[in-house]
Design a protein around this ligand. Structure first.
Ligand code: SF4
Length: 442
């Protein structure tokens, strides 16, 4: 496994490394597609014998486009790819591998779909691969303890959130789980492999959707005395949260998305603002930290609903937040809605050349630059409250982590300046003079 960017391995070095291999599996994304395609072409030029498979959402939703645009690709895997690539590596001919598409006689052949993997326990443990191939200290996520290791204990999510990429493209709505014995055994192993790691993060689509399984797993994790974190829906009840806390859970990553009841209905979140409030209260009382995710620009968004969301977030008062602009990824219900109604702009581009988020959805009466500016405003209003600022500083002092706080504050302010510039540039392009931040919904 090669994860080049965090290890500061350049494209030229990646191409050099690829000269010693005969088969490459490249996980691509919609924002990364153009760069990945160029990289694959350069790898093929440097090593013409190399077989190249692309996997990931954009090649799942548009296999013809991918293969037509990039002749360097030998085949793409649609949806789950674990066993397709192993079969190819073991010499199975392309026309016998389920779930792949490949160039054939001047067009694209699509083999029948591959059934989803039901028995996740048959997969090898990823932590052994991490130990062999990556340096875990290269990864730093501000709201997780450092260093951390992330892994999966389930796949898929039965919820129907219209904007969510993974269940609609890769992992599916069938929730499949590893046995609690398998997960607990890997965690015990990981503890030995990575004594320096401070936190293990279950990056499942949704970790604790089934109470019985969560409580059973917690029983088995408890004796390991690990610190861990996971994704969570706000529908998780107090008893489950308590079991998690007692088993070493420290933090939950929670998709609140919006504080406006109508938006939650529009995106089929399957949760209410009232439930979100109760959930946040339970977590705080039990000593669980929350990292809350919010999205601006979802279907039906107005200046008023944006204001509702910002006020809602401040009332929840979770420890850290992440605010994104709504992105409609091909293959999602949200994308179909936006395309059918003509709401997609900028040819669907999601990031600019500098890698900054671009708004690519615009609704009548809600200019995209306004939404972008409100993302910026959201962060400012949230973190520049005395309560929020003091909580962060005091935690860093208690944890003797002031150095990390300094580094992260610097990077936050740098990002803030970059966001400011994007907003100001957008205003200039629109022929307006940059002024003070607008007072949304006021
Ligand atoms: S946002 Fe979360 S709950 Fe909704 S479909 Fe995606 S993973 Fe499931």
């Amino acid at each position: 496994m090669l994860d080049a960017p965090p290890h500061h391995i350049s494209a030229a070095e990646t191409i050099e490394i690829c000269k010693s291999y005969e088969f490459l599996v490249l996980f691509t994304s919609t924002p990364g597609w153009t760069g990945d395609q160029r990289l694959a072409e350069a790898i093929k030029r440097a090593n013409p014998q190399m077989k190249i498979a692309f996997v990931g959402p954009p090649v799942t939703t548009s296999p013809d486009k991918a293969l037509n645009e990039c002749p360097a690709i030998d085949f793409v895997c649609r949806r789950e790819f674990d066993f397709s690539v192993v079969e190819f590596a073991n010499g199975k001919p392309l026309d016998q591998i389920l779930g792949i598409s490949y160039p054939k006689d001047g067009s694209v052949a699509h083999n029948p779909d591959r059934p989803q993997v039901d028995n996740l326990d048959q997969m090898p443990w990823v932590t052994d691969v991490y130990k062999r191939d990556i340096d875990v200290t290269r990864y730093n996520v501000p709201f997780l303890l450092y260093p951390y290791v992330s892994l999966y204990s389930t796949r898929g999510c039965p919820a129907q959130c219209t904007f969510c990429l993974w269940p609609q493209t890769l992992s599916g709505h069938a929730w499949r789980k590893r046995s609690t014995d398998d997960v607990a055994a890997e965690m015990a192993h990981a503890k030995e492999l990575f004594p320096e790691v401070k936190e293990f993060f279950f990056d499942d689509d949704t970790f604790n959707i089934q109470k019985v399984r969560t409580v059973e797993l917690c029983e088995k994790l408890k004796p390991l005395k690990l610190t861990w974190s996971c994704t969570s829906r706000v529908t998780t009840d107090r008893e489950t949260l308590k079991a998690m806390r007692e088993a070493g859970c420290r933090l939950l990553i929670v998709g609140f998305e919006s504080g406006d009841p109508q938006i939650l209905k529009n995106i089929k979140k399957g949760a209410t603002v009232e439930r979100a409030r109760d959930f946040a209260r339970d977590c705080h009382e039990l000593g669980l930290t929350i990292h809350g995710d919010f999205i601006l620009g979802l279907p039906g968004e107005t200046k008023e609903s944006i204001r509702n969301t910002i006020n809602f977030a401040k009332a929840l008062d979770v420890e850290t937040i992440q605010v994104s602009i709504a992105h409609a990824y091909p293959g999602t219900e949200f994308y179909d809605f936006a395309a059918e109604n003509g709401f997609i702009i900028n040819n669907g581009a999601m990031v600019d050349e500098g890698g900054h988020q671009l708004a690519h959805i615009e609704y009548p009466g809600l200019p995209k630059d306004y939404v972008l500016e409100m993302v910026h405003r959201f962060y400012d209003e949230y973190y520049f409250r005395p309560k929020a600022a003091w909580r962060i500083v005091s935690k860093a002092i208690v944890n003797r982590d002031v150095k990390r706080l300094y580094v992260e504050s610097k990077s936050f302010l740098k990002l803030r300046a970059a966001r400011n510039k994007v907003v100001a540039d957008g205003k200039q392009k629109a022929g307006k003079t940059p002024g003070p931040a607008v007072n949304a919904g006021a």
